[in-house]
Design a protein around this ligand. Structure first.
Ligand code: FAD
Length: 497
């Protein structure tokens, strides 16, 4: 395959950030080539594995109607969307990252989220409210919670399908099976990209390169080196192709490393899931109803506050907590009161599940768990539940436990009503937080002398400095879109977006 040609901008990768960057570059007059390492049938990166959820600012239903004009009056009347103001988004980012998020990057992510969603909508991207996962039906109305309200039509697969169609409409060329290997750099500026396609190397000349080819989550070697021992044992939730190539090629020419290199977005994930994500299952190996139940490890004991916060604000860090447990697993435990509320992902065929009608039988079915310790733990836990406070999944209900070594802060339901269900989970890594430093207004990569590298831009997972320790659900796609648009504009014009 000959990929050489006259290109203004070459984008490495074909996930959400790359497509947004390519669109922005093309609308600024650039001739754009996207090179994607995966074959066509596996393209789309982690973005394709997502539920397509975008966390964005909206001050009321009018902001939502601006990006979802197909919302009917009946749908609006039957929904309580609330608001998600920029103050709320900032607060969430600061709180979950323990105030480590880079102020300027965070400012662009939050401050440009609404306009970037409008830009995507104008380009032709369709969105829906997340009726299924982010709203509860209360007194006949869908009440949205957790600030996460919008998803791309058709989830992650729909997002990538739409991106592809829009890229085609706007004359953006995408080549598959082409792996970016290194940057062509003369010591002053980036002048192109060396790629490997069909077993041979080629040089592509261009005015600017945008690296948007994901983090290093799919490299066990880099995971262990940067995140620490044990991370080679984690499963990868998404694509097998994000092996840190973009980061490594930028570091090789002097880019500044930035952000939480030992951190990543990692969730509770079916213990027996395959090494990498499976597009036919998508994100359904995740098990996200844990705030309503309890978690125990091999010792039969609870080890974390399952109800510390809404699921959106704990799920991305609890994968790492499970990885640190003996033999890297935990069981999620529910009784009959909660089973009907479990999310759809609990009903898939490929699930590591046990069920029993007595708690004693159940204790012996939990593989790898000390049954007697488990029975003691349940007794202690049940006795500690503050029964007088009503259970309400829609708010942080304060139905907590009292007097335990590790209390549960909200949604503490007793485990006593058969049948009992247990789901075995391990750690599923979604993406890594460490990456390269960029200029927040142009997307240009900064070198370790803190100077911009002419001709090199970045967007998406491989941008460091945004997420630390944790992550508010739906911010990854939003970050890719915001910084993709910024990088695409910068790469095409040399100006700030
Ligand atoms: C199961 C799952 C569910 C998720 N759900 C959500 C969600 O609902 N909302 C949300 O905001 N975030 C979610 N995330 C996080 C989200 O997927 C990422 O933050 C986001 O998709 C990253 O986009 P990206 O474009 O940077 O990377 P990707 O979408 O991963 O794209 C990177 C692309 O680069 C390609 N590539 C890699 N190396 C090379 C190379 N050397 N040359 C050429 N191409 C290369 C890869 O093949 C890939 O196509 C989820 C993640 C997972 C795994």
């Amino acid at each position: 395959m000959n990929v050489a040609g006259k290109w203004d901008v070459v984008v490495v990768g074909a996930g959400n950030a790359a497509f947004c960057a390519a669109q922005a570059a093309a609308e600024n007059g650039a001739k754009v080539l996207m090179v994607e390492r995966a074959p066509k049938e596996l393209m789309g990166g982690n973005s394709r594995f997502t539920a397509g959820a975008f966390r964005c600012v909206y001050d009321g239903v009018d902001d939502l109607k601006a990006i979802m004009p197909d919302l009917t009056k009946d749908e609006v009347d039957r929904s309580d969307f609330g608001t998600y103001t920029s103050d709320q988004f900032y607060d969430d980012m600061f709180r979950v990252t323990q105030y480590r998020t880079d102020g300027e990057l965070c400012d662009r992510l939050v401050g440009r989220s609404r306009d970037t969603m409008r830009w995507l909508h104008k380009k032709g991207m369709k969105f829906d409210p997340i009726w299924g996962r982010q709203a509860y039906l209360i007194d006949g109305k869908f009440k949205f919670w957790g600030g996460l309200t919008v998803e791309s039509k058709g989830g992650g697969p729909g997002l990538i399908e739409q991106h592809l169609k829009l890229a085609e409409q706007n004359g953006i060329e995408v080549r598959y099976g082409v792996r970016g290997i290194s940057l062509i750099y003369d010591g002053k500026m980036v002048k192109g990209l060396k790629v490997k396609a069909n077993g041979s190397y080629e040089d592509i000349e261009c005015k600017s390169v945008i690296i948007a080819c994901g983090g290093f989550e799919s490299s066990p070697e880099m995971r262990t080196r940067y995140m620490g021992p044990g991370w080679e044992l984690a499963k990868v939730r998404g694509t097998s192709y994000n092996t840190g190539d973009g980061i490594n090629m930028a570091l090789a020419i002097g880019a500044s490393s930035y952000g939480n290199w030992s951190g990543g977005h990692a969730v509770q994930w079916d213990y027996n899931a395959p090494e990498f994500g499976d597009l036919s299952v998508g994100d359904n190996f995740q098990k996200h109803s844990y705030p309503w139940g309890i978690l125990v490890n091999a010792t039969g004991r609870r080890f974390v506050d399952e109800g510390a916060d809404f699921r959106n604000y704990t799920y991305a860090k609890y994968g790492a907590v499970v990885l640190r447990q003996p033999n890297n697993f935990a069981w999620q435990i529910f009784d009959n009161k909660i089973i009907p509320m479990l999310r759809a992902e609990y009903r898939i065929k490929r699930v590591s599940k046990v069920t029993a009608n007595t708690i004693e039988e159940f204790a012996h079915k939990l593989e790898g768990v000390d049954p007697q310790a488990f029975l003691d733990e349940i007794k202690k836990y049940n006795a500690a539940v503050k029964q007088g406070v009503p259970f309400n999944p829609n708010i942080k209900d304060g139905r907590c436990t009292v007097g335990l070594d590790i209390n549960k802060s909200n949604w503490a339901n007793t485990i006593e009503e058969p049948p009992f269900e247990g789901y075995q989970v391990g750690c599923g890594l979604s993406f890594t937080f460490g990456g390269v430093r960029i200029d927040p207004d142009s997307g240009q990569v900064i070198d370790s002398d803190m100077n911009p590298i002419p001709g090199l831009y970045a967007a998406g997972e491989l941008v460091g400095g945004i997420f630390y320790f944790n992550y508010p659900g739906g911010s990854g796609l939003m970050s890719g879109a915001v910084f993709g648009k910024i990088a695409g504009t910068g790469a095409a014009t040399g100006r700030n977006a």
